[in-house]
Design a protein around this ligand. Structure first.
Ligand SMILES: C[S@@+](CC[C@H](N)C(=O)[O-])C[C@H]1O[C@@H](n2cnc3c(N)ncnc32)[C@H](O)[C@@H]1O
Length: 291
């Protein structure tokens, strides 16, 4: 039904009734060929890379999509890595009575490691990218299992002021340290929140230690692009050195180097990521002193 305001209003020519950008797009496609379209895609890509919020959302989506294939690549290694979580006893009397323990997942992303945590883990998840929370919670729900989520904190792993000192039995990080700049602060926070005798499980991709490998060359070559696109991640960190130089801070430190390889049936993206960026890894466990 027409309103009073519509009465007598002259009708605009048909080409003004379309959104202008459609006319512009069609006209430029007819007159100039597909190049404006390419330019548009390029401009949008640049915007995505440059705009922090969009970049964080895109990166969360990519992390979510990459997680199943990455876990398939690493499944046996991850099972082995997290195996000893089964024997962890909590220093918190309340949790201990229930047979549970508290695990802090720093840089939890889309929850890739939830399936490797035992049922009696009570998880505090931390990620500074707020877009990760939805994916993390959805994966936890899909697993339809414990571990139970105590809290999801959107904060930096370098600033854990919301977590009480000595309140965590296990800290777990997976592909987090390649983002960090201040390792002294990071290790100080990990040691602060860990209870005496608590364990720190780490897993990182690193700069390939083999000086003549194609992987190492591609890591150096792609470093500036990846750092920009992957929300600040680095490919050329020698994280093993960071751990070794802090061995004295822990009662014990086990660390091993290993390589991972994509499976033949996997997507080209996974093959590229794993072969050219993330094939060289370290993992291990650091044990905090009892005192
Ligand atoms: C490569 S993803 C790994 C995610 C997950 N741990 C996994 O194994 O799939 C790294 C994650 O660490 C988060 N991150 C990077 N720097 C961080 C920081 N300083 N504090 C908290 N989270 C951080 C990123 O937002 C991202 O979710």
């Amino acid at each position: 039904m027409k309103t009073a305001a519509d009465e007598g209003r002259p009708k605009a020519p048909f080409y003004f009734r379309f959104p202008h950008w459609i006319i512009l797009a069609v006209l430029s496609f007819v007159l100039l060929g597909p190049y404006p379209l390419y330019a548009g895609i390029l401009v949008i890509s640049v915007l995505v890379v440059c705009t922090s919020v969009l970049r964080k959302q895109c990166f969360a989506r990519i992390t979510e999509d990459f997680t199943p294939e990455y876990n398939e690549v690493c499944h046996e290694d991850k099972v082995e890595h997290f195996k000893s979580l089964a024997g962890v006893e909590s220093s918190d009397e309340g949790l201990k009575k229930m047979g549970k323990f508290r695990l802090l997942d720093l840089g939890c992303g889309a929850g890739a490691n939830l399936m490797y945590y035992p049922d009696n883990a009570v998880v505090i998840a931390v990620d500074y990218n707020p877009s990760m929370e939805t994916f993390f919670r959805a994966r936890l729900k899909r697993l339809e299992m414990e571990p139970q989520l105590e809290r999801f904190l959107v904060t930096s792993a370098l600033d854990l002021k919301d977590i009480e000192s000595g309140s965590v039995d296990v800290v777990s990080t997976c592909m987090l340290l390649n983002y960090l700049e201040d390792y002294d602060l990071f290790f100080a926070e990990v040691l602060r929140v860990l209870a005496p005798g608590g364990k720190y499980y780490f897993w990182e991709h690193v700069l390939d230690p083999n000086p003549r490998s194609l992987l190492r060359a591609s890591q150096w070559f792609l470093e500036p692009i990846v750092t920009r696109c992957a929300d600040g991640a680095h490919l050329i960190k020698e994280t093993a050195i960071e751990f070794e130089s802090r061995r004295h801070l822990f009662q014990d430190l086990s660390l091993r180097h290993f390589y991972i390889y994509p499976h033949a049936h996997m997507s080209a993206a996974t093959k590229f990521f794993v072969w050219f960026l993330q094939s060289a890894n370290i993992c291990g466990v650091a044990l905090k002193n009892m005192r």
